[in-house]
Design a protein around this ligand. Structure first.
Ligand code: BGC
Length: 277
């Protein structure tokens, strides 16, 4: 059976001629997304905060599709670094058409044990980081406006959220709050920017096999417990998310504005109620 990771499902060049910036693009969902956007014809900025080698590998893979790519180190929670990253992007690529605000992390702890540093770090990267990147991207989208040969929209922002924008998550209050915040930030930015031709949307992954949740799937026992939460009974692949982001950023989804696409194998369907209630 063909899987999402299978090359046979490779996307057509939906983003030919577009310039994309993906944050946190040297591992997990960000990496798969940067590669998928490149495969779809976009030039791609591969942002990372640490792990230069992994970022360079992603760049090489993207260049093998015949498009441009470069790696850029920046901490998305640092305003100056975000501003500088967008300035370099515009300098090297001329403009930017697609932002995938993906960078995110977890610093888990029971709420009574959670330090202010753990709280601030997660809010800073996951929520403030997305805001800073969206703000800088939107400035460039507005400056440039619509270029009809490139896209119907003046720009597209895809916020990487999570099922935890609506599913409460004990022991992860900083993370759940950051993702809940992304939902309202995304909708508000979508409302504010839509008249300017900018589409802001979110993708909300469920359990995807990446380093962030290794403990949830790395042993057979853990994976069995995890599958109980997934009606479709499969842990997601990063490519499942990458394909949704690529479609959402493309003109095929031009009328989709301010929406979250859940890519979660049904995790948000309250699976506990399948047999109870
Ligand atoms: C988290 C993962 C978790 C998944 C489903 C994601 O947003 O980062 O750690 O497995 O949600 O609970």
């Amino acid at each position: 059976m063909a899987t999402a990771a299978d090359g046979r499902l490779a996307l057509p060049p939906l983003l030919r001629g577009q310039k994309a910036l993906v944050t946190g693009a040297n591992s997990g969902i960000g990496k798969a997304t940067a590669i998928a956007l490149g495969r779809a014809g976009a030039d791609v900025v591969v942002n990372y905060v640490s792990g230069r080698e992994a970022a360079d590998e992603v760049v090489e893979e993207i260049r093998s599709f015949g498009v441009q790519a470069f790696a850029h180190e920046a901490d998305v929670s640092d305003e100056g670094q975000v501003v500088a990253m967008f300035a370099r992007t515009v300098e090297e690529f001329g403009t930017v058409d697609v932002l995938v605000a993906n960078a995110g992390l977890q610093r888990d702890a029971a709420s009574t044990e959670m330090t202010l540093d753990q709280w601030n770090k997660v809010i800073g990267v996951n929520l403030t980081g997305q805001f800073l990147c969206a703000r800088e991207a939107a400035k460039e989208f507005v400056r440039r406006g619509v270029v009809p040969e490139v896209s119907r929209a003046a720009g597209k922002i895809v916020c990487m959220s999570s099922v935890h924008q609506i599913i409460p998550w004990s022991g992860h209050v900083n993370y759940a709050a950051s993702k809940g915040g992304i939902l309202m930030m995304m909708q508000t930015l979508a409302q504010e920017f839509a008249p300017k031709g900018i589409r802001v949307n979110a993708v909300a992954p469920g359990a995807i096999r990446t380093p962030i949740n290794r403990s949830a799937w790395e042993t057979p026992e853990a994976e069995t417990a995890l599958l109980e939460l997934i009606p479709y009974r499969r842990v997601g692949d990063p490519e499942d998310i990458a394909h949704a982001v690529t479609l959402l950023a493309s003109d095929l989804m031009d009328y989709v504005v301010g929406t979250t696409i859940y890519v979660d194998g049904g995790m948000t369907l309250f699976p506990g109620f399948a047999t109870g209630g």
